[in-house]
Design a binder for this molecule. Structure first.
Ligand code: AMP
Length: 279
């Protein structure tokens, strides 16, 4: 396994692999690995000849009052996990290499970037789409792996890939959860024991209401979930939305495949989760 810090160097290596007929998989991450990340890495190692994992806490996707500085960065442990899982290259660029002061180009996915999480984190998805575009070009990836945990992000990347004719194929990966149901997240490490036990309610509530999607109206399902979410002590709901799994448009009675997506604060930690609902 090689650790590469220079974008141009990785691009040269990637071109060489493409020329040799290798297929390249990319797993873009911000590090602080848990089994959710590992599931993406395993998929790429299985599918692709070469697996590149990028670890980059991307400053341009964090708002001024967000957790950029305190975001966990356990680099040594992350590299051990990559090695153990047979990753070929870990790309760990510096902020200055990715976004020097002279950087002026940004990618926006209109409309999709402004709803749900985007309504509360206005620059977030522009930062994500921009960094992912760069990573696609640097890695020359045939396939890139994204978790459904960040469902809106996945849909935005799919749309960006289509609109901008990237050759990279997007591979959606299922949400990995603790036995308790809590969706794994690097931000779970911010939770105290008490907050963690409160946060278990989120996945429980989603699971419960998802069962009722077949028989109840959308309004009834949403109302029930919101009422239950509101009752979690020390919590605040940013949003709870039922949207089309295809394009994040608001679900209606004809929507066959929907996603119930929520963002809920437990104390000072913002958690997102979602569940598929099918008719
Ligand atoms: P992050 O490091 O949080 O930017 O996440 C890197 C990738 O891992 C993204 O594609 C996430 O959607 C994915 N991911 C994060 N948590 C999970 C999870 N619990 N299950 C599956 N994928 C995940």
């Amino acid at each position: 396994m090689k650790v590469i810090r220079d974008a141009l160097q990785l691009q040269k290596i990637a071109f060489k692999h493409l020329k040799e007929g290798d297929e390249i998989g990319l797993v873009p991450t911000m590090g602080a690995f848990h089994n959710g990340h590992v599931s993406l890495i395993e998929k790429s190692v299985k599918n692709d000849d070469i697996t590149i994992v990028s670890i980059f806490v991307n400053p341009i996707q964090f708002g001024p009052d967000e957790d950029y500085l305190k975001y966990p960065r356990p680099v040594k442990k992350d590299l051990e996990i990559c090695k153990k899982n047979h990753v070929d290259y870990v790309f760990m660029p510096s902020v200055n290499d990715m976004f020097p002061k002279a950087h002026k180009t940004f990618v926006e996915v209109k409309t999709l970037q402004d709803i749900m999480c985007g309504a509360f984190r206005p620059i977030h998805f522009r930062g994500v789409a921009t960094v992912v575009s760069k990573l696609f070009n640097i890695s020359c990836a045939d396939r890139a792996y994204f978790g459904m945990k960040d469902f809106q992000q996945l849909k935005i990347i799919e749309k960006m890939t289509k609109d901008l004719n990237f050759r990279t194929k997007i591979v959606p990966c299922p949400i990995v959860r603790e036995k308790s149901g809590l969706a794994l997240s690097s931000r779970n490490s911010y939770l105290s024991d008490e907050e963690k036990s409160l946060s278990l309610n989120i996945s429980k509530i989603l699971k419960e209401v998802a069962k009722e999607f077949k028989n109840k109206s959308l309004t009834a399902v949403k109302k029930k979930a919101v009422n239950k979410l509101k009752k979690i002590p020390n919590s605040k709901i940013d949003y709870a939305e039922i949207v089309s799994a295809k394009d994040l448009s608001p679900a209606d009675k004809n929507t066959k495949k929907a996603v119930f997506a929520v963002a809920v604060w437990i104390g000072k930690t913002r958690l997102i989760d979602n569940t598929k609902m099918t008719k």
